[in-house]
Design a protein around this ligand. Sequence first.
Ligand SMILES: [Fe+2]
Length: 268
Amino acid sequence: MLPEGRVCPQLLQITDTHLFGSPEKSLLGVNTRDSFHAVLDLIEQQPAEIDAFLATGDISQDDSISSYSAFAHGIARFAAPCYWIPGNHDDPRIMATELDNPTLHAAKQIVYPKWQVLLLDSQVKKHTYGFLSESQLLFVEKAVAEYPDRHCLVLLHHNPIPVGCRWLDQHQLKNGSQFLDLLSRLPQVKGVVWGHVHQTLDRMHNGIRLLSTPSTCIQFKPNCDQFTLDTVAPGYRRLTLLDDGEIDTEVLRLKDNPFAPNLASKGY
Ligand SMILES: [Fe+2]
């Protein structure tokens, strides 16, 4: 629900937190717990109202219960609900128990007065790439048919299109074309938003806005054939869903990146 008088949902996407059970552990030189909290601090400093958080996967790096409770503890400082989907690094069974409380919601459909938001599970067990099952695709069709007068925003973990990094694009959504063909037949769908690629992208495809978002920890350098880390700062994405179906969005990053990764890393 939205507060009375507001019809444009204000959503914040946070993605790829890659948290460890231990608060001391780092991923390629970045303490992911500290960078997550620094991004939450940045969010807290913004004046914008928050109607919901959307966490688009790779919440944990080690699949420990304590990594998920660290995420829940961090997000609990905000009153807004947080909806989540798994990434390739996640354990959905632990998520279902640890990320289900008055703040964290396992629901995959959020209905607002003018919009609905759908969260899809693109995880393929034991694989880095993604795939949307028939039931996930059917879920989109049914949800749009259920609310034909509402605009629709779709979120998933994996990129449905190549982003231009060969090493990363081999791990994209394998049925991305099928997915986008389906969405192109549904004029209600105005945007698709994902994580996974640890970099920003903003592109149009058949009238649909395609958006990817930086991680709250390490960043991948755009347009690189081989694994390459970037020095840009961790961040998140604000999404305001306007009445007319437009999406007003921006990526906000930490200032003067205090979380420089180990650039000599050859992979993760
Ligand atoms: Fe990730």
